[in-house]
Design a protein around this ligand. Structure first.
Ligand code: FAD
Length: 467
């Protein structure tokens, strides 16, 4: 098992290098790891997996009911929904099948609902159902007044995005993939029919290259001589409401979509919070993940109409993620067989859901570029720690605590995170290198006090393990 974050890179050539360890790159590395003859590197610029867009989204497992019919994205989201739902059940990634309500607030939106139902049919999703105002308010009693009806999409679900990425990466690393963190790819050239990648940690050689660099997929594409698309970061700001708000909402409350995207939603999270967002702002800066007073005020205005009582609740946190928009309503996945290179770009607002299907598709494209995948095996299953509220957490499991009292000693009281969970995360195959990474693995410091109470204790455990 090889995970590196400093020092020189191996000199011998890999069969495939995957650039970018977001949810998509990790899924691709995991899919390739099924082929034991391949030597695979997963190369990431930052110090952890899932540090880009994959850590900051709305965490919905989409059915794909509203995708543009006939697109690759529509197909891969639909397929990915099934694959990730099954994978989550196997690995313990928390999923809640809460369903979505697409709420119409005026006559125009009401008129759009049958069109959306027909679109869902064209996308192979047959379970939508129109709801009268009476049925809608019976399902969501705290919804703001004035809604004229809704479309019920029962399959829409919520999922833990952090555990998903970490599960893929963990399984990949267990199966022999070399994960190189802190390794930004800065230049690429051809050598002996393969790729020579210049990184801040030296040169890495690979026969095949997969570009899963998210917001920077266009930059990496240009290193390979392609000018096919430009990524425009589309910022989505979100407000996270405290757990006391959770009983206010039962479904994901979606607006009727516009040309700019899916619009502002109210959605529960698997951690027991409620999200309000995201905004949709096209920017120039791929690092602009800050929140703005204007953006948050706009979200509050929209939220007040959807779920007025939500605005009375405490905000626990705010965050923003950047979608990789390319001006095209589809992914930008392309094989370049002559170069032994596959671009996986433009994975906009559905990449979490579609990740496993994208990985299967890209594996097929690599085979088409002439890569001999060799035999295929099943991977050793992994069981991920449960961060979700709808299944028992360690502090709620007497048998676990009896066997190991560390699971009964709480460190983070807001999120009920035990010493045992923090210890396990710090000793994991891909240990966190920052407190933020520890938070994504355990939820420690993610609650209403944001670490004010437990911060010092969590830091001490972290620093002791890293010493
Ligand atoms: C506000 C918002 C809401 C969303 N909601 C949902 C949702 O509800 N459901 C859903 O399915 N999807 C959703 N998405 C979309 C989803 O989050 C993305 O599609 C997905 O995370 C993209 O993953 P990725 O691996 O392609 O990109 P990233 O996670 O950005 O990973 C790319 C990685 O490449 C690395 N990298 C870049 N350049 C280099 C280089 N030169 N060398 C080495 N490494 C490099 C980066 O550091 C990064 O870690 C949402 C997105 C946003 C922004």
């Amino acid at each position: 098992m090889t995970v590196t974050a400093d020092g020189p890179l191996p000199e011998t050539a890999y069969d495939v290098a995957v650039v970018g360890a977001g949810v998509v790159g990790c899924a691709i590395a995991r899919a390739l790891a099924r082929h034991p003859r391949l030597r695979i590197a997963l190369v990431e610029a930052q110090d952890d997996v899932g540090q880009g867009t994959s850590k900051a989204n709305t965490s919905i497992l989409h059915t794909g009911f509203d995708a543009a019919p006939g697109t690759l994205e529509a197909r891969l989201v639909r397929d990915g929904y099934e694959r990730l739902g099954a994978y989550a059940a196997e690995t313990g990634i928390p999923v809640e099948r809460v369903g979505a309500l697409l709420v119409a607030w005026d006559e125009e939106q009401l008129a759009a609902l049958p069109r959306l139902a027909a679109k869902a049919e064209r996308n192979g999703y047959h379970d939508t159902r129109p709801l009268s105002p009476g049925e809608l308010y019976a399902r969501e009693p705290r919804l703001g007044p004035g809604a004229l009806g809704a479309l019920h999409v029962p399959g829409e679900s919520i999922i833990c995005p952090w555990t998903t990425t970490l599960a893929y990466a963990t399984q990949a690393v267990h199966a022999g993939v070399d994960l190189h963190l802190n390794t930004p790819v800065q230049h690429a050239s051809r050598q002996d029919g393969g790729h020579r990648l210049l990184t801040s940690r030296g040169t890495l050689h690979a026969r095949r290259l997969v570009n899963a660099a998210g917001l920077h997929a266009d930059t990496v594409d240009r290193l390979l001589g392609h000018e096919d698309f430009t990524v425009t970061p589309r910022r989505g700001q979100l407000l996270v409401y405290d757990k006391l708000a959770r009983p206010l909402v039962r479904h994901i409350l979606l607006p009727v979509p516009t040309a700019l995207g899916k619009g502002v939603l109210v959605a529960p999270t698997v951690y027991g919070n409620v999200l309000l967002g995201p905004t949709a702002e096209d920017l120039d800066d791929k690092r602009a993940t800050g929140s703005t007073a204007e953006g948050l005020a706009g979200l509050r205005d929209k939220g007040r109409r959807i779920l007025p009582d939500l605005l009375q609740e405490e905000v626990t946190a705010v965050y923003a993620g950047l979608r990789a928009a390319t001006g095209q309503e589809d992914y930008r996945i392309a094989a370049h067989p002559g170069q032994g290179y596959v671009t996986v770009g433009g994975i906009r607002s559905t990449g979490l859901t579609a990740s496993l299907a994208i990985a299967a598709h890209v594996t097929g494209l690599l085979a088409e570029t002439g890569l001999d995948l060799g035999p295929r095996r099943e991977l050793e299953p992994v069981t991920m720690p449960n961060l979700g509220e709808s299944f028992p957490r360690p502090y709620q499991r007497p048998e676990l605590i009896a066997a190991d009292p560390e699971y009964g000693t709480l460190v983070c009281h807001c999120e009920r995170v035990s010493r045992g969970e923090i210890r396990d995360a710090l000793a994991g195959p891909i240990p966190p290198r920052t407190l933020e990474g520890l938070r994504r693995r355990t939820r420690a410091r993610a609650g209403r006090c944001q670490g004010f109470y437990c911060g010092a204790a969590v830091r001490e455990l972290f620093e002791r393990a890293r010493a």
